[in-house]
Design a protein around this ligand. Structure first.
Ligand SMILES: Nc1ncnc2c1ncn2[C@@H]1O[C@H](COP(=O)(O)OP(=O)(O)OP(=O)(O)O)[C@@H](O)[C@H]1O
Length: 241
């Protein structure tokens, strides 16, 4: 019997509570290796909480989690996972090119900094302190930092938020190339068009659980619009949990 390929991500019964709020409520999700998996969900659905569990920033109250078949901390320590957070104040005064060179030096076989910076337009503001960059420029630097170490799995939290159409298209091409190179990508977005265009599979998260998971065609039945399906399957932010 053929063995099943190791998934990029496996979460079973993952639960996180903040006081009375169940941010993740026994969430089950498997993301196949080599695919782009898009997490869609209303504000507060638990997407960022899931990503924080994946990167070891948050310890779940219950459940099991593996990345690339390993404990998340192990996979991350081995440099196999790249993370683009939604926002980071951590870099503050460092200049983008210095930052990328520093991050590249942490990895055995990094991408060449110059071409990556040029592709994402970072060379135009390479010497500006990170905190002075526009939102979209900071996002470009965050994305470059997530992929510079040639990770096998990339976690992107709203990667195109704040980006203009040009940069957004560049990022779409880059994500498609990562996938073509066999990299697994897990990303969150609120943009239905982006999800439709990029995803091999879409997981709709609602109130800390996966309410649907499949290809675009499976979710929409080929007849409905993804936004309609999303509205049917999710609770508006502020709705009863
Ligand atoms: N540190 C925290 N303390 C208390 N509550 C928190 C904390 N972090 C998240 N929450 C709550 O957990 C729930 C899930 O939040 P999360 O940030 O994961 O949602 P999200 O799906 O990423 O939302 P968005 O699309 O708005 O980014 C929300 O109700 C949020 O207020």
């Amino acid at each position: 019997m053929p063995t099943r390929p190791t998934p990029a991500l496996s979460a079973r019964g993952l639960s996180v509570r903040f006081g009375a709020t169940p941010a993740l409520d026994a969430l089950d999700l498997t993301a196949a290796a080599g695919e782009v998996t898009v997490l869609l969900g209303p504000n507060g659905a638990g997407k960022t909480t899931l990503l924080r569990c994946l990167t070891g920033l948050l310890r779940p109250d219950a459940g099991e989690l593996t990345l690339l078949g390993r404990e998340p901390a192990r996979a991350i320590a081995d440099g196999r996972v790249g993370l683009m957070p939604q926002r980071t104040a951590a870099w503050s005064g460092i200049r983008p090119l210095e930052l990328l060179e520093y991050l590249a030096a942490l990895h055995a076989h990094p991408l060449p900094v110059g071409p990556l910076a040029a592709e994402l337009g970072i060379d135009r503001f390479a010497g500006t302190p990170y905190r002075r960059l526009s939102g979209g420029e900071q996002q470009a630097v965050n994305l470059a930092g997530a992929i510079i170490g040639r990770p096998e799995l990339v976690l992107l939290d709203e990667p195109t938020a704040g980006m203009d159409v040009h940069l957004r298209r560049t990022v779409f091409d880059l994500i498609a190339r990562l996938r073509d190179a066999g990299v697994s990508v897990l990303l969150t977005t609120h943009d239905m068009a982006e999800a439709s265009r990029l995803a091999d599979r879409i997981a709709i998260i609602d109130r800390g659980r996966v309410s649907a998971h499949g290809t675009l065609a499976e979710l929409t039945g080929g007849a409905r619009d993804l936004e309609e399906v999303f509205v049917d399957l999710t609770t508006p932010a502020g709705g009863a949990r």
